[in-house]
Design a binder for this molecule. Sequence first.
Ligand code: F3S
Length: 394
Amino acid sequence: MELDTYDQALLDGEYGESRQKMMEILLALGRIYDAERFIPVKSVQVSGASFKTIGEAGLEWLASIDAKAVVPAFLNPIGMPRTGWEELGISESFAKKQFEVNAAYTRLGIRPTCTCTPYYFSIVERGDHLAWSESSAVSYANSVLGARTNREGGPSALAAALTGKTPEYGLHIVRNRLPQIEFRLDDPMAAKHWTTAEYGALGMVAGAIAENRIPLFIDLRPNRDMLKSLGAAMAASGAVALYHVNEITPETRFPFFRQHVTKDEREVVTIGVADVMNMFADMEVSAVAVGCPHLSKEEVVRAAELLVGKKTMMPFYVFIARELMESCTDEIAAIEKSGAKVVPDTCMVVSPFMDHTGCVMTNSGKAFSYLPEICGVTSRMGTLEECVRVGCGA
Ligand code: F3S
């Protein structure tokens, strides 16, 4: 790989042993993927933040690093809210370990944003090179914002934060961002009335077919929250890190995209609306969880509108970024008045507090898929409206 003087100095240990080791990780990655050079990144998002997922080994690795981030770096959701964790039944021993993880990342200069939606409060522009790691955030940055990031692992994201560099390969290169599979619906008009939940269900179906290919959707008109839900689900059921929706996502309007996308170059798959709707099965529910990925302001407003004047009849959790809370205090008050609990910093999947809690209803395709796998619960898919109706015992 071609190295500039800063890259070489990092590798020579001139910026300390920790950064030297981090650069060695990035160099190894660059060689595996035939990168020609390193490029600077504008920001980093680091996953592996919950003690539930990184455990003692991860904590020990973090403690061994002695360097600070040189670019803005954000932390993924952790295993519990930083305050009020006792009310959720989080054990003191887990909380102690989680606080050690938080402190370790803070020492490394990673901002404890504790969210998978850092794009709601950090500026990401089209064409920016990033090194983000949480799969839904990667998908949103690439697809909806038109930024460029591979799906980093926890260590490679941290290495990018501490050096400011990433190897240039994969989705950092424009020609690698063209669609490889095309999806159509057998009844595109049905999607006119879809909410984020149906888009999440579509993502579950499409991601399983696409695997790691880049999809192009035709005939859909989703808003940003729907795109977020679609992308998160495709990253969960497949390994989709970038997708396009014709005339909606930014790159489909690029001259380069229009010139190079020719119809006969990729498989075309028609998805049946019935297959999407089949994911909405009826079953008894013991808790409701919404906010995977963490809710946008518009979604918080909608949840408040639906819950105002109602009373929840079972545990009902709403997950959001703590940094968003200040801008929607009235809505949060309305949600909590209903008995629902607004929980920042964490989520239903990475926290242990929802493990083995029966059947959890959600409006997220990603959570629908991960809850049984990671938390040992049954999951039920429903729109936000249905979640509120069931959660309030109607
Ligand atoms: Fe975010 Fe947790 Fe879902 S990290 S995407 S809310 S599984």
